[in-house]
Design a binder for this molecule. Structure first.
Ligand code: HEM
Ligand SMILES: *[C@@H]1O[C@H](CO)[C@@H](O)[C@H](O)[C@H]1NC(C)=O
Ligand SMILES: *[C@@H]1O[C@H](CO)[C@@H](O)[C@H](O)[C@H]1NC(C)=O
Ligand SMILES: *[C@@H]1O[C@H](CO)[C@@H](O)[C@H](O)[C@H]1NC(C)=O
Length: 324
């Protein structure tokens, strides 16, 4: 009776049955695995306390998952003898903390076998990791995602933005995922936590136009400090810096105040100042409450990109392997 009513409501409201597919809900596992969300939160909290790099790593992993085939856990799959997975694409080689997801999955398989998707685990764990510092959830994570069965190394470079993109390219990249210019500006604020490797911005310091020059849009004092951390050595792929100097484990608005002082680390960060509307939007985000609200909105939009629901995909038994 209840189901009939919901279907009817879908037909009336959306005009077609498909209108009710692709929908995630709040607390999808309420009946099938009541402790699912608290198990995720508990393990995440242990792992973040043991390693403050975990929130940034999960946030970037979730972003890279959602931008390739939607938020379907495709980033979590390992390569096999016959397939090179997303994980092994160049742009994903520095992703880490997959073991956190695997630990949560093991606990959930123990509590409720075959029930909670890896895609949902990643979305929930990311939210909980970034929120831990505040002792409250920074955004809402709807659940009911299912896991994809396809992961191909060729796809990340076609879908994930690169650190040398200009504003137009970034805006187009986000638009292809159904995200707006505002989402781009707000989600770039994710760079308030985490690390950036020198090789990804070294040319801004030492050889911007091929004449041994520095990027004129980069604050000279900041550039000098980056140079001390990043030697002029094109064979060095391991050095890195905090993206938000001295605040890389604090989720705050310093990303935007640094940016406005021309201290954005990547060309793609600096690009947000090259558009007048975007620059004004950046100024608005200096206010903590505004940033947090906007970030919540944009994360909720990012977290539902191309999700698999209903009977699409599967619930993987192991996050790194498709079911046989
Ligand atoms: C707007 C386009 C974006 C570009 C071009 C970009 C690019 C990058 C690059 C190049 C790095 C450094 C990776 C490394 O050195 O290993 C990075 C790190 C990071 N990005 Fe982005 N990113 C973008 C958007 C986002 C979004 C939307 C989020 C999440 C909301 C995000 C979250 C992060 C985080 C948390 C890190 C640090 C990872 C760590 O410490 O391991 N980024 N990003
Ligand atoms: C899957 O890949 C990750 C790194 O991407 C690695 O740490 C892990 O050991 C792999 N898992 C298995 C079971 O091969
Ligand atoms: C952005 O980069 C693209 C590709 O390199 C280029 O065609 C375009 O002119 C650039 N746009 C701006 C505004 O610089
Ligand atoms: C700077 O870049 C140019 C053009 O890419 C290259 O020919 C030159 O060797 C580079 N110089 C240094 C010092 O890396």
């Amino acid at each position: 009776m209840k189901i009939k009513f919901i279907l009817l409501a879908c037909v009336v409201v959306f005009g077609f049955l498909g209108g009710c597919q692709g929908k995630l809900t709040k607390n999808f596992y309420k009946h099938s695995c009541p402790r699912a969300e608290s198990i995720v939160q508990q393990i995440v909290s242990q792992r973040v306390l043991a390693d403050p790099r975990v929130p940034a790593r999960l946030l970037r992993m979730h972003f890279h998952d959602c931008f390739v085939r939607g938020c379907d856990g495709s980033i979590l799959l390992n390569s096999t003898a016959t397939n090179t997975a997303e994980k092994d694409a160049l742009i994903n080689l520095n992703l880490a903390s997959f073991d956190v997801i695997d630990q949560i999955k093991a606990a959930l398989e123990n509590a409720c076998p075959g029930t909670v998707s890896c895609a949902d685990i990643l979305a929930l764990a990311t939210r909980d990791a970034v929120s831990l510092q505040y002792k409250r959830s920074l955004w809402v994570v709807l659940t009911g995602r299912r896991d994809g069965r396809v992961s191909t190394a060729a796809e990340p470079p076609l879908n994930i933005p690169t650190p040398v993109m200009n504003f137009t390219q970034l805006k187009q990249n986000f638009a292809r995922k159904g995200l707006s210019k505002q989402d781009l500006i707000v989600l770039s604020g994710g760079h308030t936590i985490g690390l950036g490797h020198c090789f990804l911005f070294r040319s801004r310091l030492y050889n911007f136009t091929g004449r041994g020059d520095q990027d004129p849009s980069l604050d000279p004092t900041y550039a000098a400090s980056l140079k001390t951390q990043c030697p002029n050595n094109n064979n060095d792929f391991t050095s890195f810096v905090e993206m938000d100097p001295k605040s890389s484990t604090n989720f705050d608005t310093l990303y935007y105040s640094n940016l406005l002082q021309n201290k954005g680390l990547f060309t793609s960060d600096a690009a947000l100042l090259t558009n007048n509307d975007a620059k004004n939007a950046v100024k608005q985000l200096l206010k903590t409450e505004r940033f947090f609200n906007a970030f919540a909105n944009s994360m909720e939009r990012m977290g539902v990109i191309g999700v698999l629901t209903g009977s699409a995909g599967e619930i993987r038994k192991k996050c790194w392997l498709v079911n046989s």
